[in-house]
Structure formats: structure tokens, C-alpha cells
Design a protein around this ligand. Structure first.
Ligand code: FES
Length: 85
């Protein structure tokens, strides 16, 4: 059986997105991945400022981009759905 591809989750770690919510989202996601033993299913990555700070915080789940989500639980819900796809 082929191993499932890991879901890549990228968060903008530029100072604006970080301050607007990605710092707490990152902490929330790290806890979520650890508590659910998902480290072999989810890859968390940070990246530098995208130059779109005014619509941040920015993040990407798989190949879908999201902006303006400041609630870590909302991001966790999106990841759960993406893992079920
Ligand atoms: S800090 Fe994220 S787009 Fe600039």
C-alpha cells in the first residue's frame, strides 16, 4: 500500500503575519500535531514575508491559500478536513 503523502502546512512567519495571529496559530498547530500523533501526516513549515502583509495572516494548507484567519481552532478544522480528503 502506498504511503499517504504528507499534508504541507505553511505559515507566513514575517513579522506582520506573526503578530496578526500566526504566532498563536503555530503554537496551536504544534500542540494539535503532537497530541494527535500526526507528525508523520503533517509537515509544518514557516516562510518569509510574502509582501501581502495587509491581508494577513497568510497560510497555506496543501495547495490552498488562506488569509485573515486568526483563530487557531479554525485552522485546525481546515487541516482536519484536508486530512480527510
Ligand atoms: S508578514 Fe506575511 S505577508 Fe508580510
Amino acid at each position: 500500500m502506498a504511503e499517504k503523502e504528507k499534508l504541507r502546512v505553511e505559515l507566513c512567519m514575517g513579522s506582520s503575519c506573526f503578530a496578526r495571529g500566526n504566532s498563536s496559530t503555530l503554537m496551536g498547530l504544534e500542540g494539535f500535531v503532537e497530541e494527535n500523533g500526526l507528525s508523520d501526516r503533517v509537515d509544518l513549515e514557516g516562510h518569509l514575508c510574502l509582501g501581502k502583509c495587509n491581508t494577513g495572516p497568510h497560510l497555506k494548507i496543501g495547495d490552498k491559500e488562506y488569509s485573515g484567519i486568526t483563530d487557531p481552532d479554525a485552522v485546525i478544522d481546515l487541516i482536519r478536513k484536508a486530512l480527510e480528503e
